[in-house]
Unconditional design. Structure first.
Length: 151
């Protein structure tokens, strides 16, 4: 991504990595099982320029969200997989699906519970207290304050 947000903010810094037009869609394609360049390109319905896809894949690898494994030497072809950091974006994808269900005029996907086929909701959980936390009980604090919170 050429333009970088200079803010000391998790959202801004995350957007520096995944905030361009194609990165989230590329990552979602890989998460959905499209692992080769051709599969990823086809999952984007050919809407991305080849050189742009190549540069995005290199950037996502440099940022530690995907890894590449050479599976053919001549010509060189790579298989792309998500790293643990890339896999952790699954919650972002699910949240976007839920947001889309609620706010988009035309909704294309739903996030459901496989057992009952009904839509799910997001909840926040505190492993320290071992309980679900209401949104009005959440606070965003500076990272260094994390260690000084009350037990």
């Amino acid at each position: 991504m050429s333009q970088q947000y200079p803010f000391q903010c998790n959202i801004a810094q995350a957007l520096n990595i995944i905030g361009d037009k194609w990165s989230l869609l590329i990552l979602h394609g890989i998460m959905s099982g499209h692992q080769t360049y051709k599969e990823i390109y086809n999952s984007l319905e050919g809407q991305i320029a080849s050189n742009l896809l190549s540069s995005r894949l290199k950037a996502l690898e440099a940022d530690g969200l995907i890894s590449s494994d050479l599976y053919q030497k001549h010509p060189p072809r790579y298989r792309y997989t998500l790293t643990p950091a890339g896999e952790d974006l699954n919650i972002v994808f699910n949240s976007l699906v839920l947001w889309g269900e609620k706010h988009l005029t035309t909704c294309y996907k739903r996030l459901i519970h496989k057992s009952c086929n009904h839509t799910v909701e997001t909840h926040y959980y505190c492993p320290h207290c071992q309980q679900t936390v209401a949104e009005d009980q959440l606070a965003v604090v500076a990272a260094e304050e994390k260690e000084h919170q009350h037990e």
